[in-house]
Design a protein around this ligand. Structure first.
Ligand code: AP5
Ligand code: MG
Length: 207
């Protein structure tokens, strides 16, 4: 099954967590613009230097930079059998541009309340292999070295949430018009959320 998906949700909704599982189970690449930018930051590239100032402030990068990254990424061979976007598109312009270069079959929105999002983000810890933990909900095993993202402090988290809510509605409306938008609760237990995602993907398979 070739499937092109988007996992949407506010910061902390669980996009990265579930995207890793979907990617493994369906053998499609997980394309996270946030992860791509963080890699550029850690390599110290020009793009990384530009990205860092936006990311640390919780602001979105300009659309043209993001579109260029996505166009390049979609040309790689591993995208031939489908892909899963996490954290993209984030503006209506990005959604419209994506619609020209790709054909998305399903947009799954993980809806969560803000109190949970803030707790999840302040408690998030990431291991060197990229595995995502949480000191409250899924603590790292003893001996595993983890780090906190620079933008996971309360002030930046609040800015990220504000920006998410100010850009989300037009994107949702865009995908609702295309009849491919589905909303599920992202604040349930991880296994419950994943079951719901799988059931949407099963329906997609049946056509
Ligand atoms: P990005 O990296 O995309 O960050 P984000 O959208 O803020 O989302 P997060 O990664 O914080 O949350 P998530 O939904 O992945 O949650 P996770 O699964 O880790 O973007 C970062 C920055 O890059 C942006 O601010 C912007 O500057 C820039 N950028 C990126 N894309 C861009 C674009 N397209 N355009 C412009 N700029 C862009 O889960 C969070 C925590 O909760 C974890 O600890 C996890 O263990 C826990 N958890 C998850 N699900 C559950 C559950 N069901 N129960 C209990 N705990 C759970
Ligand atoms: Mg993420």
């Amino acid at each position: 099954m070739i499937v092109n998906l988007i996992l949407m949700g506010a910061p902390g909704a669980g996009k990265g967590t579930h995207a890793k599982d979907i990617s493994r189970q369906f053998n499609i690449p997980h394309i996270s613009t946030g992860d791509i930018l963080r890699e550029e930051v850690s390599k110290g590239t020009e793009l990384g230097k530009t990205a860092k100032s936006y990311m640390d402030a919780g602001k979105l990068l300009p659309d043209d930079i993001i579109i260029k990254i996505i166009k390049g990424r979609l040309q790689k061979d591993d995208c031939k059998s489908g892909y899963l976007f996490d954290g993209f598109p984030r503006t209506l312009v990005q959604a419209e541009k994506l619609d020209i270069i790709s054909s998305i079959e399903s947009v799954i929105y993980l809806k969560c309340n803000d109190d949970i999002l803030i707790k999840r983000l302040t408690g998030r810890r990431i291991a060197d292999d990229g595995k995502i933990y949480n000191i409250y909900f899924d603590p790292p095993p003893e001996g595993i070295k983890t780090y906190q993202r620079d933008d996971d402090n309360e002030e930046t988290i609040r800015e990220r949430l504000k920006i998410f809510y100010s850009t989300f509605i037009p994107i949702m409306d865009f995908y609702k018009k295309l009849n491919i938008f589905q909303e599920i609760r992202g604040d349930d237990e991880r296994a419950v959320v994943y079951e719901k995602i799988l059931s949407i993907l099963e329906d997609l398979k049946k056509g």
